[in-house]
Design a protein around this ligand. Sequence first.
Ligand SMILES: [Zn+2]
Length: 104
Amino acid sequence: MKPASHHIVRCQRCGAPIVWCLTTANGRRQPVNAEPDETGNVAVTNGADGILYVRGLTKAHPEPTPGEWRGVPHHSTCPSPPPRRSSGGGQRQVSGVRPVPWQR
Ligand SMILES: [Zn+2]
């Protein structure tokens, strides 16, 4: 199986062909490389509603079913993934705690 061409879009950051999927676990949107990859750790399936669904391959179900194809989440190969929010923008909040001169 392969993604249908109408599902394929380009990553806004690196221009690589990707497909947007919904995770079967919690319905979140996740970009997956459009090119199937035998070493991938997720399986994508074309839902009956025309939406692509992605699930993680687990030890219990390590192989994609005949209707699925194996792929790689694009976040793991994108050369410029979205910045993490926790990294801080380099601006430090000045602390209000200041050593007060001890004078009396
Ligand atoms: Zn990308």
